[in-house]
Design a protein around this ligand. Structure first.
Ligand code: HEM
Length: 439
């Protein structure tokens, strides 16, 4: 075997403790010392490696959604949606795609209680044959703000007071009172759904408006909805939350893990609301404003598929802490819209993950696509991909790397946007004018 192609594995074939470089360790109980009572010798390489590695076990936690639990499973397309999208993984009923899902709270730290009144994150990574698609939603259908430039402010207001490190609601109310558009989400937060019973019994919503594009290039605006087949359950009173969280501050993580281990697999139905962008002016709300829901009587829910979580993670750090989602990850047939929050999110996640995990974070097994992938992004910190090409540029007469065929609705030029038919996506619209007038 070519040793440079060897991938580190967690298998312990020999059953013998070794250094990280594979040399046998003959004493893992006592440090090497000058005499029986010390001092310790610096030449005890294993001791230094062991303690130094321990000191580096933590990586920066997510700036938001630090507290979470993940599980694996599959997504199955159950309905024909080919009139809406050419996404390969939605090619027809029965098509199955592996997924990993991470549920989270938003505001508090990695070890905080899971009984906190806070939105919950619902992030799904679809490992499709055409690349990974990440759908990052919340358990509420709307968000507090409609412009990404305010995201750091709303999060700061909810995070602990920078002086005392205590979350204080006067700061939350102070910020929200300056943003009447936040009232809709505020009511979800302080309603019964503000503290979900666990992760299995909650809904999920894409919140932002995305675009489906079919084979003919026709774009439709879509809103995504996840409905749990076992119903929605919430913790209704502060007393109950104190009891549940007091007994076990990881109750939701444990519930998810135990249910899957017991063979009771959590399941959700995926539905979409669809709007023809050419008709958007008929509605008395802005379909690209994530503080608004789309009325279901006007834009009914249409079933797409089901999500089943039937496998627990094998290693929490690898498959939760190193898991990296981003709304920028889309596949042919699914695209962004001009929704200003979504546009900002397309940038923010990859940026934070380059900081949190490093520039090669998409090489980590949990984040890497399951399909063939290739480009000329070379080297960088912790690059562990074996490559032996001589051409790392494009174009070249020696290397047959080609551009992919154009994706329906996305044009061929750099940055050609999809969106309203016949528009460049950037021209002022009724909503665009209204939005800028408000801000
Ligand atoms: C412009 C507005 C937003 C910005 C700048 C933003 C930024 C971020 C950042 C920096 C993270 C941490 C990612 C990581 O370290 O891996 C994150 C996580 C997350 N965000 Fe947002 N966010 C925004 C709005 C939203 C909205 C509206 C939703 C819900 C639809 C949402 C859902 C999530 C979820 C579910 C996660 C956790 C992903 C995981 O489990 O790893 N975010 N966000």
């Amino acid at each position: 075997m070519d040793p440079t192609k060897f991938r580190p594995s967690s298998s312990h074939d020999g059953g013998v403790t070794t250094t990280n470089a594979g040399a046998p360790v003959w004493n893992d109980n006592e440090a090497l010392t000058v005499g029986p009572r010390g001092p310790i010798l610096l030449e005890d390489y294993h001791l230094i490696e062991k303690v130094a590695h321990f000191a580096r076990e933590r990586i920066p936690e997510r700036v938001v959604h630090a507290r979470g639990a993940s599980a694996k499973g599959f997504f199955e397309c159950t309905h024909d949606v080919s009139d809406l999208t050419c996404a390969d993984f939605l090619r027809g009923p029965g098509a199955r795609t592996p997924v990993i899902v991470r549920f989270s709270t938003v505001i508090h730290e990695r070890g905080s209680p899971e009984t906190i009144r806070d939105p919950r994150g619902f992030a799904v990574k679809f490992y499709t044959r055409e690349g990974n698609w990440d759908l990052l939603g919340n358990n509420f259908p709307v968000f507090f703000i409609r412009d990404g430039i305010k995201f750091p402010d709303v999060i700061h207001a909810f995070k602990p007071n920078p002086r005392s490190h205590v979350q204080e609601y006067w700061r939350v109310f102070d910020f929200l009172s300056h943003h009447p558009e936040s009232l809709h989400t505020f009511f979800f937060l302080f309603d019964d759904v503000g503290v979900p019973a666990d992760y299995r019994h909650m809904e999920g919503f894409g919140v932002n408006t995305y675009t489906f594009v079919n084979k003919a290039g026709k774009a439709s605006y879509v809103k995504f909805h996840w409905k749990p087949t076992c119903g929605v359950r919430c913790i209704r009173t502060d007393e109950e939350a104190a009891l549940v969280g007091g007994r076990n501050h990881s109750h939701a993580t444990q519930d998810l893990y135990d249910s899957i281990a017991a063979g009771s697999f959590p399941e959700w139905q995926l539905l979409v609301q669809v709007m023809d962008p050419d008709t958007e002016d008929q509605y008395d709300f802005d379909p690209l404003d994530d503080t608004k829901t789309w009325p279901e009587d006007l834009l009914p829910l249409r079933p797409v598929g089901r999500l089943v979580l039937d496998r627990n993670v094998d290693n929490f750090f690898n498959e939760n802490e190193q898991l990296a989602f981003g709304p920028g990850l889309v596949v042919p047939g699914i695209y962004y819209s001009d929704d200003k929050m979504l546009q900002c999110r397309v940038f923010a996640y990859a940026d934070t993950q380059r900081y949190r995990l490093g520039p090669n974070y998409l090489m980590l097994p949990v984040n890497a696509p399951r399909c063939a992938h290739h480009n000329n992004h070379y080297d960088g910190a912790m690059n562990f991909m074996h490559r032996d090409e001589e051409v790392d540029y494009y174009p070249s007469r020696h290397a047959p790397l080609r551009q992919a065929p154009p994706v329906p609705g996305r044009g061929t030029g750099p940055g050609t946007p999809t969106g309203r038919s016949g528009s460049s996506g950037g021209s002022p619209t009724r909503w665009g004018t209204q939005r800028s007038a408000r801000s």
